[in-house]
Design a protein around this ligand. Structure first.
Ligand code: HSE
Length: 435
């Protein structure tokens, strides 16, 4: 005789794009979820702001509540899909303190307040799962936290924001300027009405810090990430990169490396960069995400897929629900936060990169020598120089690409060029990665 499965009740906080898909899939495949997790899963309550609001998915009105306690207290699992810091932080803490496992997709919350939530989970024996917080359906959190736990990760580099990738791709493939590409992304629902978190790189920075914490077994947060968004990238920058066999992508880069003082630390940065057109990340187009992970034993791995959207993100949420439900029913717990490495966060200036500097200079004798002298004076070796005619009388356009150098030295080069009498204008300075 087969024993009946234990029955678990799930509280869902938020029924927006992702929450409604979680509810749809959970209800339509309940028999499969029971088999996979070893427990019957039923939705106990759904916390919403407005029970009367129109929804993509039909939800039993009896489940809808505006009372957080009704969706948390007494539940076996809580799924947080509200997003943002408050009230999500208070609600997640409430669940964890009661020993109730939480599944969240909230990257901003984890990047700002991860440690207190991990501690609350560990103290009460609850699980805290967050596969959906980075790159939607792409299982990179599990990959780093579990599949690669046997390796020493040295670098994580990826495209972790679909909105900006869509915008840059539209600029590249359609020749659009930034403002037009953003408007197109908003029209198609990829960018929000207020696109700040995406276009200024903050969403990518939150994800970068989560990936770095997992990859390097250390505690870092969003404030430790050096961030530059895509708002200053122009159609001409895109076209110039193409002419030189590269494309521009917004990259999140986390590295374990030696700092200026010889100690090992973590360097994290988010910025647009030219990458070679044949680099694996160059062909990641539209709103897709991809993350390249370098492990000492595994070598290079690439994770690729849909980084946003209701159903893809719900897929990640539900994988965590299956794991947390199994633990609730049969014992065991999710991997705890692993911070044993205690790596310092390195000064952003000691990151090593290459610069591609486009400037308008006087077209007269000795200018090239002046400009080359500025690079040499800051220890930055030049890899390529090209000169082109310019529409301004007496001027020409000069493009200099460097070899690898310290970020601080390259920034100093750009500052010094700005004071150079033969340089009329620094048109753009963009990093080059992935060679
Ligand atoms: N706004 C994010 C993106 C999706 O564009 O990738 C959720 O993190």
């Amino acid at each position: 005789m087969t024993r009946p499965l234990p029955e678990l009740t799930v509280g869902i906080l938020g029924a927006g794009t992702v929450g409604s898909q979680v509810i749809r899939i959970l209800e339509s495949s309940s028999a499969d979820f029971a088999q996979r997790s070893g427990a019957g899963l039923s939705i106990g309550a759904v916390l919403v702001r407005d029970p009367g609001a129109p929804r993509d998915v039909e939800i039993d009105p009896a489940l809808l509540t505006t009372d957080p306690a009704a969706a948390i207290d007494g539940m076996d699992l809580v799924v947080e899909l509200i997003g943002g810091i408050e009230p999500a932080r208070t609600l997640v803490r409430r669940a964890l303190r009661q020993g109730t496992s939480v599944v969240t997709g909230n990257k901003a919350l984890l990047a700002a307040h991860g440690p207190e939530l991990y501690e609350a989970a560990a103290a009460s024996g609850a699980d805290l799962y967050y596969e959906a917080a980075v790159a939607g359906a792409v299982p990179v959190v599990y990959g780093l936290r579990e599949s690669l736990a046997g390796d020493r990760i040295t670098k994580v580099m990826g495209i972790v924001n679909g909105t900006t990738n869509f915008i840059l791709d539209a600029m590249d493939s359609q020749g659009l300027g930034y403002a037009d590409a953003l408007a197109e992304a908003q029209r198609l629902g990829y960018a929000e009405a207020d696109p700040t978190a995406d276009v200024e790189g903050l969403d990518a920075a939150a994800k970068c810090s989560i990936l770095a914490s997992l990859a390097f077994h250390t505690r870092v947060g969003i404030d430790d990430v050096e961030v530059e968004g895509i708002t200053r990238v122009t159609a001409e920058d895109m076209a110039q990169a193409r002419r030189e066999g590269r494309v521009i992508k917004l990259l999140a880069i986390a590295e374990r490396r030696t700092g200026d003082d010889g100690r090992e630390g973590v360097s994290m940065r988010v910025h647009p960069a030219q990458i070679p057109a044949d680099h694996p990340l160059a062909s990641v187009d539209g709103a897709f995400n991809a993350i390249v992970v370098e492990g000492e034993a595994a070598g290079r791995l690439m994770f690729y897929g849909q980084g946003a959207g209701g159903a893809p993100t719900a897929s990640a949420v539900l994988s965590d629900v299956v794991a947390a439900a199994h633990h609730r029913a049969y014992g065991g717990h999710a991997p705890r936060e692993s911070v044993y490495a205690h790596l310092p966060v390195l000064d952003p200036g000691c990151a090593r990169t290459r610069y591609h500097v486009r400037m308008r200079v006087e077209d007269s004798i000795g200018v090239l020598a002046d400009v080359a002298g500025v690079f040499a004076g800051h220890g930055a070796s030049i890899q390529a120089v090209s000169q082109h005619d310019d529409s301004e009388p007496g001027a020409c356009s000069l493009i200099v690409t460097t070899h690898m150098a310290r970020e601080a030295d390259l920034r100093a080069v750009v500052r010094a060029l700005g004071h150079c009498t033969s340089v009329r204008e620094i048109v753009s300075a963009i990093r080059v990665e992935g060679d």
